[in-house]
Design a protein around this ligand. Structure first.
Ligand code: SAM
Length: 173
């Protein structure tokens, strides 16, 4: 399978800090390699890097990027999530799994040119909901959920799934 990248457009640091943090954490949990965020936000970067340091893996975050540069230089398929897009159950099987994909989610209204530049405009239902839920459902279906319990190299701690209670192990280096 190719690598999955996420591009968050329209991030407003004050207003969207919690939602964009959750977009990044969800992208990481579901197997993305990293996220690009259009507005510079050092606090967001620090929070996500701290999660990666504690829980492992090689997820990267870059904020303050020009989204048209990210799209223009991306080698792979561009997937834009929008409630106006093609049905997920029809679109997702058409998206190649042997190429990298860039999944675009908005915060505010997404510029019309994104709809044109996307290889796939995909809806996760035709009702408005959230970029977090849309991305989570998309990634779960696209990957078959295979990243949910994968081992993340290099973390300080790891959570061990448990029927009841909390099991956390410290990684010795
Ligand atoms: N008001 C904005 C507009 O008119 O474009 C949409 C804001 S919505 C809260 C933020 C993002 O969530 C959208 O840009 C889209 O990526 C995602 N989203 C929301 N509902 C969706 C759906 N049903 N299917 C796919 N993506 C969705």
């Amino acid at each position: 399978m190719g690598d999955i990248w996420v591009l968050r457009i329209g991030h407003r640091p004050e207003r969207d800090k919690r939602v964009t943090t959750h977009v990044a954490l969800t992208a990481r949990a579901l197997g993305a390699k990293g996220i690009y965020v259009d507005t510079a936000d050092p606090v967001l970067e620090e929070n996500i890097r701290s999660t990666v340091q504690r829980f492992g893996g090689d997820f990267t975050i870059k904020t303050g990027v020009a989204w048209d540069d990210v799209i223009g230089s991306f080698k792979g398929k561009i997937v834009h999530l929008t409630m106006y897009g093609q049905r997920a159950d029809i679109a997702i099987p058409r998206i190649p799994t042997d190429e990298d994909i860039l999944v675009i989610v908005g915060a505010t209204k997404v510029p019309m040119c994104i709809y044109e530049r996307a290889d796939f405009n995909v809806s996760v239902g035709n009702q408005p909901h959230s970029e977090i839920s849309a991305m989570a459902i998309f990634l779960y279906v696209y990957t078959g959920g295979k990243h949910l319990y994968e081992y993340r190299e290099g973390g300080e701690i790891a959570v061990v799934p448990n029927e009841r209670g909390k099991t956390v192990v410290e990684n010795r280096r």
